[in-house]
Structures are given as structure tokens and as C-alpha cells.
Design a protein around this ligand. Structure first.
Ligand code: IMP
Ligand code: MG
Length: 183
């Protein structure tokens, strides 16, 4: 879906589809270099990371295995609850594997720091994070993503996998939601 279809719902387009794809290509080149000669398992965090997973994994010019996890962090609102629950675990045994967790956004960082300590307890060879977006609060967390697309201000954004009440995930760009949509 293009921004023109939901024109009045967005106040600002932060990143176009072209800019996102270009950023993921850059990220893919770095990942290829860093993991050269190593087997890599790319883990997408459902459901927000679906678009990043699709485009980042296809940008990688090498073999990768893929798997998915689903965790709950937000309810239907726009604030992180801090309570994390595994809704769908990995199908893969990650012991001895190089794991790259792919997420679309780190806000408070609560979800990912929980996830990383959970995955680390399964004896992988390494666990790193790639995220398309990062908000300022995440900088205070001990968990640091190895790959960050963009640092963005503390605003609620939608599109390219990011939702508000399950809508806008299918938007090609990433934008800021107009306040009237919340009320
Ligand atoms: P955290 O635990 O606060 O880092 O947030 C984890 C999850 O909340 C992200 O993976 C997203 O699914 C969701 N989230 C955080 N900020 C936003 C936003 O601005 N728009 C949509 N979803 C968000
Ligand atoms: Mg997410």
C-alpha cells in the first residue's frame, strides 16, 4: 500500500521504500563481510519484522537459514508493557550457531534484551541484533544492536511492518501517524 491511500493518517513520511531498500542493501554488505566463512541463522521477530526479514534476507548474497520467533510486548496501545512472553519459539536448535536477530524497531529495548538473554542461554556461537530503526530510550539499555538502519526521534511510527492496532503494516514507507488516528 502506498502513502497516498492513507494520506490523512500520516503527518510525515520518514523513509520511502527506496530509502529503506538502499539501507538494507548496505546492511547486507556489512553482514556478508562480518559473517564470511560462518554459517548464519537469521531470526525474524514476528510480526513487525516481516518486511525487514523479506528484504534483508533477499539482499544477502550468500546462504542463510531463517527462523522466526513471536513474542508479545505491546498490548494494543503504543507503550511497551515490559512483560515479554514467547508466543512462538524457534524450530531450530541454535547451539553452536551464529544467530542474527532481525527486528524492525527498538523502542525501550525491553523486548530484545529479554530475547537476547533467552537465546544466549541456548549456547549459540554468537547472538547479534540487526534493527532497521532505533528510538532514543534504547540507547540506555545494555543490549546494543550490531546493525542499526536509522536512529529516529521518540515518535510513534507505522508502515513497513510497523503497526498501530494491526493496521499500516502493509504500507511501503515508514511515517508518523497523525494524532487524530489515536483518538
Ligand atoms: P520495545 O520493547 O519497547 O523495544 O518495543 C518492542 C516492540 O514494540 C517493537 O518490536 C515493535 O513491535 C513495537 N514498537 C515500538 N515502537 C513502535 C512504533 O513506533 N510503532 C510501532 N510499533 C512499535
Ligand atoms: Mg517487533
Amino acid at each position: 500500500m502506498d502513502a497516498s491511500s492513507v494520506e490523512n493518517d500520516l503527518v510525515n513520511i520518514l523513509f520511502t521504500e527506496e530509502e529503506i531498500l538502499e539501507k538494507l542493501e548496505e546492511m547486507a554488505r556489512r553482514i556478508e563481510a562480518d559473517y564470511e566463512g560462518k554459517e548464519l541463522l537469521v531470526v525474524g521477530v514476528l510480526r513487525g519484522a516481516i518486511m525487514v526479514m523479506a528484504d534483508l534476507s533477499r539482499a544477502l548474497e550468500r546462504h542463510v537459514e531463517t527462523d522466526w520467533m513471536a513474542v508479545s510486548s505491546y498490548g494494543s496501545g503504543t507503550k511497551s508493557s515490559g512483560v515479554v512472553r514467547i508466543l512462538k519459539d524457534l524450530d531450530t536448535d541454535i547451539s553452536g550457531k551464529h544467530v542474527l536477530v532481525v527486528d524492525e524497531i527498538i523502542d525501550t529495548g525491553l523486548t530484545l534484551s529479554w530475547l537476547i538473554s533467552n537465546l544466549s542461554s541456548r549456547a549459540p556461537a554468537s547472538v547479534e541484533i540487526a534493527t532497521l530503526l532505533r528510538k532514543p530510550e534504547a540507547l540506555a539499555m545494555p543490549v546494543t544492536p550490531k546493525y542499526v538502519g536509522w536512529d529516529i526521534p521518540n515518535e510513534f511510527v507505522v508502515g513497513y511492518g510497523l503497526d498501530y492496532q494491526e493496521r499500516y503494516r502493509n504500507l511501503r514507507c515508514i511515517g508518523t501517524l497523525a494524532p487524530h488516528v489515536y483518538s
